[in-house]
Design a protein around this ligand. Sequence first.
Ligand code: SF4
Ligand code: SF4
Length: 398
Amino acid sequence: MAANPLALIAELTYRCPLHCVYCSNPIQATREKSELTTADWQRVFAEAAKMGVLHVHLTGGEPLGRADLEELIAGAASASLYTNLITSGVGLSQARLATLLEAGLDHIQLSFQDSREEAADWIAGARVHARKTELAHMIRKEKIAFTVNLVVHRQNLDHLEEMLQFIEQLEPDRVEIAHTQYYGWALQNRSTLLPTRAQVEASQKTIAAAQQRLAGRVRLDSVTPDYYARFPKACMGGWGRKLMLIDPFGRVLPCHAAGVLPGIEFESVRERSLEWIWQESSAFQKFRGETWMQEPCRSCAKRAEDFGGCRCQAFLLAGDANATDPVCSLAPERHLVNEIVATVNADLSFQQSAFQQSTLPQTSLQPSAFSQTAYSQTLLPQKVGGRNRFWSYRTNPE
Ligand code: SF4
Ligand code: SF4
């Protein structure tokens, strides 16, 4: 029997008023299926708690887009789950924050795109930075655990120190510097997002200095980006070992990207219990343990630490979900990563002028509104989803 999962990632919706170019949501997300209902989620949270799950991460898309978010938080809290809301903040107000806290919310993770307003709005594809900054101050006044997340990449790493100082004055309990992971929209935009080696090395020094400066006040977490690492991370703590994710339509997956893997049927909480899916479903057993491994993983001493790396990355880069993760320096396919990294480091010509190539229209955002149609029509530099001169903006499901 597999040990119980510790955390549940609940993707409540794929709707989002932002269009971040690094979004990990599936590119092909559709609305053809209906999202799980309030009652569905509440039942699932109770089942998860019974299995031993401790945390639920409420994410999306933008979870504030669910009108029943308060009920969902209350359901999770009454099942004794620790609730973490992962949000862009857009759709939040003082009144709504109060109702979320009243429902039992334990933690908020607010994401930022940059410290500079114009650049942040350019990356998000929406005029949201000023409002998000107001929200961060509003959240800080409440007695709630508060993390600020900053996604870094080639277009913003050169002013990492400035971004850290911006975050510091927001007074979070924790800061997460998250290097872009190349799945979903980020994979599509990899050529403009993957940092150079010089940027990565400089950022490591900046982060180490900031960790010293903030010690005892703010916890600062960051991980070396995959493509510049010698060995892969233990992706999600290993397939089906610690975490499970439920998508907005009820499919249960071991991670947010696993839907790209061909030939795997992911069961739904509409038809099966969470316990059965975790213990019995073929999807969760497929890469659990070590029997699926090929060489060099099969006889490698590190296999119990990293579990052969990420199955999705193996498929997306090498075309084989059973392969050693190509970011591993021992992988037969490591040359694929080396070639990508070499290309990025050789072609620096366009990164300086990137921001100048795109401009946002002058429409100002009403952050309390949550109308995707309005956002899509008025706030994007160019038609969403279409390849503009520089990168593709994340689109909402159609
Ligand atoms: S578009 Fe941005 S804010 Fe929305 S889900 Fe994706 S990464 Fe998060
Ligand atoms: S060969 Fe496999 S187990 Fe060994 S370090 Fe590389 S990915 Fe990990």
